[in-house]
Design a protein around this ligand. Structure first.
Ligand code: GAL
Length: 442
């Protein structure tokens, strides 16, 4: 076997992504804390508790782990409910902590990417109607200004809102996230308000920091018609894609919100992304199902022959990330992969998942797709929302009781990738011999 390396462009960012509520611990003033206190909301009644104890200072050791293993970037989020505990109260000490974290990354030679909203809302916002209220964007923008003023010295790569599509669907349609609704009308209202908030944040950030790079992180799930010959399956997959994958990107590009039967203009949203953030995990099959009006007449399921993650949550479908990138490319903006990863406590599938997804990303790079970085989800096992601690996405394993970390083989693989700025046949031989021949044919 000839030795081969698939290199990435010079200056490529290699990191991991995290989110405040999932890693900080003791976030007691937000929507998720309240949700965790209700019975039946989180798998096994799990609670975020002290999470990875970043608020207690363990971000330092975790950032050391990341930098010592060759990562040159990290994506983290700030917690709105800490910075603005009440509508008329700012907590400067919380802002100082986030400054320490951003500076901590710079000192370790890592580029910070900061997310301003990652699923958790202050309780006061919830009381004011949350994202169903047209005022949500007006509350969000002053918070964004406050954060950007505080962190601008260290940060110029911003994610306004993480997965507005997942957030709206899970909170208002599927009911897995607070406030647990099943209401299509509320979902669309929230989607509209999230676009407004993103647009407001985009303009506010650029006023304060003209050189900033601002975008959203949108989840793209592959939706493949189960029967490619069926017009109904194709229609159903197309509708899913347009409402879930495409809605926010189109809105932030054109200023037009495309709903199934009508559209709405939000002119201030036009052209409000400097880059596109892609969160990609998996792809699934779609078939038309007349009995599922609430789900836009669609049944979603994984291909029966797909290779599944340990809890059957994610199918390993690396070609789907290429499809996603192809869709993103048409917007002619730089692209970051802002999340990609798999739940795998035993680290059996993860090394292959990483190699195969990076192989597809590398393919896209070779077609001159403007891909600038990759953030693996995630650094250390964390609190996975309604799935609690049942899923393990970390390169490092966490014992939440003792706060001990243990490195998984994937952390070593990822370190080699970061240092090499590429994936090589030697890495495949060492970590994923089963795909060596396929990935590096001689
Ligand atoms: C994403 C989300 C992350 C993380 C990940 C894995 O949808 O943005 O916060 O939980 O899924 O479950």
């Amino acid at each position: 076997m000839a030795q081969a390396t698939f290199h990435f462009p010079r200056g490529f960012l290699w990191g991991t992504a995290t989110a405040s509520h999932q890693v900080e611990g003791n976030n007691t003033n937000n929507s998720w804390y309240a949700w965790e206190q209700q019975t039946g909301r989180i798998a096994n009644g799990h609670k975020s508790g002290s999470a990875c104890d970043w608020w207690g200072g363990r971000w330092r050791d975790d950032f050391n782990r990341a930098s010592e293993s060759g990562q040159n970037a990290h994506r983290f989020s700030v917690e709105w409910s800490r910075i603005q505990p009440l509508p008329d109260k700012w907590d400067e000490t919380a802002l100082d902590r986030y400054r320490d974290m951003a500076r901590g990354l710079i000192e370790r030679g890592m580029t910070p990417m900061v997310t301003l909203h990652h699923f958790s809302d202050p309780l006061w916002l919830v009381e004011k109607g949350g994202w169903e209220s047209d005022a949500a964007a007006e509350y969000f923008v002053p918070f964004v200004r406050k954060v950007v003023e505080a962190l601008r010295e260290y940060v110029n790569l911003w994610v306004t809102i993480n997965e507005p599509n997942v957030f709206a669907a899970s909170s208002f349609l599927l009911g897995d996230f607070p406030p647990g609704k099943h209401d299509l009308g509320a979902t669309m209202t929230a989607m509209t308000n999230l676009v407004r908030a993103h647009a407001g944040a985009y303009h506010a950030i650029h006023e304060i920091q003209p050189s900033a790079q601002v975008g959203m992180a949108v989840m793209y799930r592959g939706f493949i018609p189960a029967k490619s010959w069926s017009p109904l399956d194709r229609w159903s997959a197309g509708l899913q894609s347009s409402m879930f994958n495409e809605f926010f990107l189109r809105a932030a590009s054109s200023g037009v919100l495309h709903f199934p039967a009508w559209f709405k203009r939000i002119p201030q949203a036009k052209g409000t992304q400097d880059y596109l953030g892609l969160n990609y995990y998996t792809q699934e099959l779609i078939s038309f199902d007349f009995s599922k009006a609430g789900d836009l007449f669609c049944r979603r399921f994984y291909s029966p022959d797909a290779e599944m993650s340990e809890g059957d949550f994610i199918a390993n479908q690396p070609e789907g990330i290429f499809t996603a990138l192809k869709y993103f490319k048409q917007f002619n903006l730089p692209i970051f992969i802002t999340e990609n990863g798999i739940e795998d406590s035993q680290d059996k599938l993860r090394p292959r998942y990483i190699m195969e997804h990076l192989h597809q990303i590398w393919r896209a790079v070779n077609f001159n797709y403007p891909i600038k970085g990759y953030f693996h989800w995630t650094l250390v096992d964390n609190f996975e929302w309604e799935r609690g601690w049942t899923q393990r996405f970390g390169l490092w394993e966490l014992d939440a009781e003792t706060q001990a970390r243990r490195k998984r083989p994937s952390a070593d693989l990822y370190a080699e990738i970061c240092r090499e700025n590429g994936i090589s046949s030697e890495m495949a031989a060492k970590y994923t011999p089963e795909i060596l021949e396929r990935m590096f044919p001689n």
